[in-house]
Write a new protein. Structure first.
Length: 517
């Protein structure tokens, strides 16, 4: 690959490769989710998840809007070597600051303030893992900013398969524990970082690395972009971390493990959004200034289709949660089934949030985003305390544990997501009433199919003598078929037109297959 404009990949090819790679990684994650929680158990798995989430929250506090500013600015420029070099220095400073914080708290005996009842060596190890994973993601996003997506996605899929092979070896040799699991993932992240660094910073250095650092110019641009976001940037990671800390403190690592399992499985339903959000962000940032109408079209297409896909997967995951936890995670995680039934709807709110936040930041409406974020976080804090606090507290709560966190994350998150969607629709001159009505109709139709065919149907199949696995697979297949028929008859429910659906149907028809033969 060279640096000529001809190497730029189209939006459709980038999304196709990304989606294919993400599907493969989803399958890898499904196997991982069936092995790791069952082997480690709720307590150890809960500690690992708490450490990883806490590291991400601390990293977010030190970010200062740098990641999002970097991605937006890099997407707007043909070559961005000076910007890449400056961001690399910023990341190095952030990582050093996080390590200094851990050392300071450890020396003063205050480590428990952030990492409740956790070992120092595990804190350091998981923190390094989190930063390695973040660096790998940042390098992949660097390629996305110049429409160089395929290599990063294919590399990520290959590394995921290699890590899975190592995980299977550890599982069957009896060597899988907290430390070996972390070291295995760290090795995979470092391999990814090394390969992407060579690809982008060496072979394509004219695009990504060449040029002297221009700190003053980019600092001024960063300040205009990020200054409205600074307060939310410090505040929101703390809000996100607070719920996890309270679960760890009030309920222990087992409840943390139930919530972590539900969060991990619900994240699988975000496959399509995860595959496209950075492509979407790049397209909005690249075109918003010149053509707002084009931006509105891109926003409408992405948000409608991704919402429907997340809805289908979320409803299916919720309806089949009891069977799924029983089959995959085992008896020790049975209490997580109810948590998963609620957390399954998190991908819907997260899908909307990812696209709406990307749109507001890519169009540099960061001041509006910051104001609304702060306003919506206040009821979020109150709700978190109310759902988690023990009934014996000075201000008593509902004492719901992992279930309380699921309600707060999935359901309140949906409310905030709709606020941001309304803001974007108003800015892009799209009818929000029409958008909301389409969502409600789709939710009613898909939800009814999930309850009838997957939840009730799966239970009926079990009563007829089928095993758990067979009942889950058969009920899921019937549900998927029913959803496909729904889209075929009423394509508007998925936010597409019949004219957009017909070419795909013709491509899959028998005449096309005979012609190909």
């Amino acid at each position: 690959m060279n640096d000529s404009p001809a190497t730029v990949e189209s939006v459709s090819s980038r999304y196709a490769v990304t989606l294919g790679a993400q599907v493969l990684r989803l399958l890898v994650s499904l196997v991982t989710a069936a092995i790791v929680p069952r082997t480690l158990g709720p307590s150890i798995y809960g500690n690992y998840s708490f450490l990883l989430s806490t590291s991400a929250a601390v990293r977010g506090v030190f970010d200062n809007g740098a990641q999002q500013a970097f991605f937006t600015f890099s997407s707007q420029e043909r070559s961005s070597g000076p910007l890449t070099k400056l961001y690399a220095l910023v990341l190095g400073g952030q990582f050093a600051s996080v390590l200094a914080l851990i050392v300071l708290l450890a020396l003063t005996g205050k480590i428990d303030w952030i990492w409740h009842e956790q070992r120092l060596d595990q804190i350091l190890l998981v923190t390094v893992l989190d930063w390695a994973l973040f660096l790998a993601l940042s390098l992949q996003q660097l390629g996305d900013t110049k429409a160089h997506t395929a290599y990063g996605q294919l590399l990520g899929a290959a590394v995921a398969l290699t890590v899975l092979a190592g995980l299977l070896v550890m599982r069957f040799t009896g060597t899988l524990d907290f430390y070996t699991f972390v070291w295995l993932n760290l090795a995979g992240a470092l391999v990814t970082c090394s390969a992407l660094s060579y690809r982008f910073l060496v072979r394509n250095r004219l695009l990504f690395w060449s040029g002297a650092i221009e700190a003053r110019r980019y600092a001024q641009r960063w300040w205009r972009f990020a200054s409205p976001l600074l307060l939310p940037q410090y505040y929101l990671p703390v809000v996100a971390w607070l719920g996890l800390y309270l679960i760890q403190k009030w309920y222990g690592s087992a409840q943390q493990g139930y919530y972590a399992l539900a969060l991990q499985w619900s994240a699988f339903a975000m496959l399509f959004t995860t595959s496209g959000v950075w492509i979407f962000w790049r397209e909005v940032a690249h075109h918003a200034v010149q053509d707002l109408r084009h931006t509105a079209v891109v926003y409408g297409k992405f948000s409608s289709l991704f919402f429907f896909l997340a809805l289908v997967l979320s409803c299916g995951l919720s309806a089949g949660s009891a069977l799924l936890v029983q089959v995959v995670a085992g008896e020790r995680f049975r209490p997580a089934a109810a948590v998963l039934a609620v957390m399954a709807f998190y991908p819907i709110s997260q899908t909307i949030n990812q696209l709406t936040a990307a749109t507001m930041k890519a169009t540099e409406r960061t001041r509006s985003y910051a104001r609304w974020t702060i306003a919506l976080s206040l009821p979020d804090l109150l709700l978190t305390y109310l759902l988690l606090a023990p009934t014996t507290a000075a201000v008593p709560g509902l004492h719901l544990g992992a279930m309380g966190m699921a309600i707060r994350t999935a359901l309140f998150g949906l409310v905030t997501a709709e606020v941001y969607d309304w803001l974007n629709c108003r800015y892009l001159r799209i009818s929000y009433t029409r958008v909301l009505l389409r969502k409600l109709i789709a939710a009613a139709a898909v939800g009814a199919l999930a309850v009838l065919l997957l939840e009730s149907g799966g239970a009926w199949l079990e009563r007829r003598g089928l095993g758990d696995v067979a009942a889950l697979v058969l009920a899921s297949a019937v549900y998927a078929t029913a959803v496909a028929l729904l889209v075929l008859v009423y394509p508007s429910v998925a936010g597409i037109s019949r004219e957009q659906l017909l070419p795909l149907m013709r491509a899959l028809g028998p005449s096309q297959r005979r012609g190909a033969a």
